[in-house]
Design a protein around this ligand. Structure first.
Ligand code: BTN
Length: 316
């Protein structure tokens, strides 16, 4: 990581202010050189206060590469982090993955061409957090695709639960709070031979943006819309990434059973009449449950139908 990041870490890890002199000695540079790094941090939005006693970090919501990397490291996943405004973090991650064989995360404060599932767009305005986590699992196969998508929804749901919300998951991977969509997930993968080379988990969470008064007000919601609080997006992004990486590890070590049980406890798609489209044909049925792989089982007038992909809507 860069010296600017190391200086940020030295300030952020101390509960009391740290002087320019001390930092200068620690990093073998002049106080003026330290100040240049402080200015770089401030121009990325990081709040560094200075007093007679020295510099202190005041956590804020700035979604900078420094604060994101710090949150990751604090949670035990020191991933390479990139933060930039881009067309789509999934597209950017695919470009990055061509030159990089290790895991990384790309986050954006806004996307100019956010991508949704089934060739739709994804509203990606300021205040939300849009990120793509690129993971290279050591032993996963294309047949694990749906499981990875469900794990991604579980990682988000666990994060929202920890924040005190009651998320529900619409099969396969839309996350809802209070009956409105709060998070969308677009998972993509690259296959090499028989195995998954890497996954790109694209996740958009409505955090500090608002849908009140917008055309999407009836269907979308943000955490801010629910309780009026502003949250640190880097902390939420880091928590989801850490949850997801550990779910993938858990899956590879112990299988899918416990993860699926959690998913089932959170999904709103089971035990009700739903409809979907399979190869241009509309199918309705009672959603009975999920197969061990996570496929949706419908009872359509006595006939059992397994839904492998697509969108599922409540009702006929
Ligand atoms: C959907 O709801 O249809 C899926 C939306 C996925 C949005 C996320 S935001 C981060 C990543 N980059 C994209 O362009 N899309 C995903």
């Amino acid at each position: 990581m860069t010296t600017t990041y190391e200086i940020f870490k030295a300030i952020a890890m101390k509960s009391s202010p740290i002087s320019g002199d001390t930092l200068g000695r620690q990093f073998d540079m002049s106080r003026a050189a330290v100040f240049k790094h402080i200015e770089k941090l401030r121009s990325a939005g990081v709040q560094i206060d200075s007093s007679k006693a020295g510099y202190s970090y005041i956590p804020n919501d700035c979604l900078s590469v420094y604060t994101l990397a710090f949150n990751m490291e604090k949670l035990g996943l020191p991933l390479r982090c990139i933060v930039k405004i881009c067309d789509s973090t999934n597209s950017e991650a695919k470009r990055e993955a061509l030159n990089c064989s290790s895991d990384f995360v790309i986050a954006a404060p806004l996307q100019t061409k956010g991508k949704g599932r089934i060739n739709r767009g994804f509203e990606s305005n300021l205040g939300g957090v849009y990120f793509s986590l690129c993971l290279h699992p050591y032993n996963m196969y294309p047949s694990d695709g749906l499981k990875s998508v469900l794990m991604c929804a579980v990682a988000v749901a666990k994060t929202l639960e920890k924040l005190g919300f009651e998320p529900s998951i619409k099969w396969p991977n839309d996350v809802y709070v209070n009956g409105k969509k709060i998070c969308g997930i677009l998972a993509e993968s690259s296959i090499c031979g028989e195995k998954i080379e890497y996954f790109i988990f694209g996740i958009g969470i409505n955090v500090n943006n608002s849908f009140k008064g917008s055309l999407l007000e009836d269907v979308a919601i943000s955490l801010f819309d629910i309780d009026g609080k502003t949250r640190t997006r880097e902390a939420i992004c880091a928590e989801v990434c850490v949850n997801l990486a550990s779910l993938i590890d858990e899956y590879q070590a112990k299988g899918f059973e416990n993860i699926l049980a959690y998913y089932i406890s959170k999904t709103c798609s089971i035990g009700r009449q739903v409809s979907t489209t399979i190869v241009d044909k509309k199918i309705s049925g009672f959603a009975k449950g999920l197969t061990p792989e996570g496929f949706l089982i419908l009872d359509s007038n006595g006939e059992e139908i397994i839904v492998h992909a697509g969108d599922v809507y409540a009702g006929d």
